[in-house]
Structures are given as structure tokens and as C-alpha cells.
Write a protein that binds this ligand. Sequence first.
Ligand code: BGC
Length: 247
Amino acid sequence: MKEKLILGVDVGGTGMKAGVVDVVSGALQTERKRILTPQPPTPKNIAKGLKQLVEIHNWHGPIGCGFPAIVKDGVAYTATNIDKSWIGVNIEELFSEATGCPVKVTNDADAAGYAIMLYGVGQQLKGVNIVLTLGTGIGSGLFINQTLIPNSELGHLFFKGDIAEHYCSNAVRKKEKLSWKEWGGRLNEFLHHIDRIFSPNNIILGGGVSKKFDKYEAYLNPRAKVFPTPLRNAAGTIGAAYYASLF
Ligand code: BGC
């Protein structure tokens, strides 16, 4: 899509956010508006939520959307923190119909990764770089230099008898009322596991809890350099818009 302004949307397990993005500079042009993810998070309900966000922004142009599932050619292949009925749905068709706007959809963590790696300081990062989004689940964006290997799903690596996101997502920290030290310790174990598999140069943390990095930074010591995203929680929205600009 050749437009300079694209509405970026981030669909999460808990909230849905949208803001207008200048895809040349990567800057948000409006405030990001947030609504709670409609429950149950079925295709019909989330499409309604998207329509609401589009109306709030009075938007009629192209839309890029980050979605919390494996997404290939606009189709959802998994559904972990959303309704199971998403599997097999062509999200792009559904959302384009619901909004009357052209919509492109990618995995939410891949979207966050695009924003981090292609705008600002991320443009300088070389080698293997991994973006981890710590939220309801754990999403990942795996990059070689600035090239994405899509749908890496590292939060679903088998780890400690279950999948990793059931051990150290931010939702688990809240649910199990873990201290920063306890949760930081768990996250550190997972980062070491990723270190062993990929030997990344950098691991960049995203999601709301990346803003509180100073609270758990002291407990993280993998070989890779670890730091929080400079884009704070806006990376998913910005990167979703960037993704749509590729078409
Ligand atoms: C999903 C991923 C998603 C991540 C973050 C995981 O449960 O499998 O596709 O990127 O949550 O939302």
C-alpha cells in the first residue's frame, strides 16, 4: 500500500489498540486509542471491536493489523489466547469486510519486531536479533539483521514441562503474584534457553512490562545483550502499519 498514513492496530488477548502511523518516519500521528478485547474473543466480536476503533479514528484508509496467532497469507493457524474458532479464518477478508477498508494482517510480535528493527536505533542492530513481547502470552520476532523470519513463536518452546509462556509471561507474573526477583529469575532461565538455541546478538523486550525494565534488569544475565524496546508499548501498532506498507 503506497499511502504514507496507515492505521496500525494491535489485537491483544486483553486490549485492542489503534493509532495512525506515518510509515515513512515510523511516528504515531494520533494518540493510540484502546478498547478492551471483546469477550469472548471470537472472530465476530473482534471484528466488531476493530470497527469501533476505526470509527473512533474516523478512518477510511488502509489498515495494518498485528494479531496474536501464527498468520500466513492473512489466515490464522493457531489460537492460544483467543477463541479457538479463529483457526482457519481469513482474518484479512473478515476485517476488510467489517471495516470497508483494505486490511493486511501479520503476527503481533512480528509486527512489534518490524517497528523495533526498522525504525530508529534498531536499524543499526546486526546479526541475530530477537524481539520478545511479554504480555498475556510471549510473542517473538526473529531477525537476521533487519530481515524477519516470520511466526517464530518462541513463547511456545517446550520449557519446564510446559510451554514457556505458561512459565514466565507477564500474565503469569500477575496471576501467581510473583515478586520482580522471582519473575526476573524465571525470565532469565528462558533467556538462557534462547541463548543456547540461537546465540542471538540482542534480545529486545517489548510489551507493557518492558517499561518496568529497571525492576528486573538485575536478574537477567544471558550472553546476549538484553534491553527494553525504545518504542515502549507502541511497537505493535507502528509495526502493523509498516507491514501493510509492504503490499
Ligand atoms: C501466540 C503468539 C503471539 C503471542 C503474543 C502467543 O500465545 O501464540 O502468536 O505472538 O502470544 O501475543
